[in-house]
Design a protein around this ligand. Structure first.
Ligand SMILES: [Fe+2]
Length: 239
């Protein structure tokens, strides 16, 4: 019997390794190749349906994310070869130290690579989503009064981000929680405002196929596939 498209997606996902390391961003499997590479999704492309449809996931991951990786590698090779092989987090936190002609490309495409790798990892099928608990729950209640109030404020930051960008929950350097949002592919690593714990992509490419112009509806549905264990692990990390 021929495989259906869904079977094929499941088969592709069956061979996936565990989710990407919390803070590491994948490089080529060949350790001698210092290039960045597209990480595999930690679940099947249709695993987040109906919140996020398979076609959006395939396009978002296989086309948009791949383009960031390719453009990042090219920018480094062409305009900043002395920075090839450096960790992505280090590049993003020190953009001004790069040659000027490489800064915009690394900011946009390096940010795009980091943000999307993070994004795939901070989502999970709805059945595994869970809820904030333990120390994370206490911190959310201390900073935002309740989980519902936190979700409301975070959703507002996501929906009100003008144009393309991201909304973030970060752990600030003094250990507190804060919500912020960034334009384009910027992220909190670039201004060292905190360690990202959760982030939502509000570029139209993340939702337009299914939700058209209804960004608020996308964000509402996105909450159902948040990987709360992943958020808690990042919160508990010393980083
Ligand atoms: Fe995206």
């Amino acid at each position: 019997m021929p495989l259906t498209r869904r079977d094929a997606l499941r088969a592709a996902a069956a061979g996936l390794a565990a989710a990407p390391t919390l803070f590491a961003v994948a490089r080529a499997e060949d350790k001698k190749a210092p290039e960045f590479s597209l990480p595999k999704l930690p679940y099947a492309a249709d695993a987040l349906e109906p919140s996020i449809d398979a076609l959006t996931m395939e396009t978002h991951h296989g086309k948009h994310h791949l383009a960031y990786v390719t453009n990042l590698n090219n920018a480094l090779k062409t305009d900043a070869p002395e920075f090839v092989g450096k960790p992505l987090e280090e590049l993003l936190a020190n953009l001004k130290k790069l040659p000027e002609k490489a800064q915009a490309a690394v900011r946009n495409n390096g940010g795009g690579h980091w943000n999307h790798t993070f994004f795939w990892d901070i989502m999970t099928p709805a059945a595994k989503s869970g809820a904030p608990s333990g120390d994370l729950l206490k911190a959310i209640e201390a900073s935002f009064k309740s989980v519902d109030d936190f979700k409301k404020s975070f959703s507002e930051a996501a929906v009100k981000r003008f144009g393309s960008g991201w909304a973030w929950l970060v752990k600030t350097p003094d250990g507190k929680l804060a919500i912020n949002s960034t334009p384009n592919q910027d992220n909190p690593l670039m201004d060292t405002s905190g360690t990202p714990l959760l982030g939502v992509d509000v570029w139209e490419h993340a939702y337009y196929l299914k939700y058209k112009n209804l960004r608020a509806k996308y964000v509402e549905e996105w909450w159902k596939v948040v990987n709360w264990d992943g958020v808690a692990a990042r919160f508990a990390s010393k980083k």
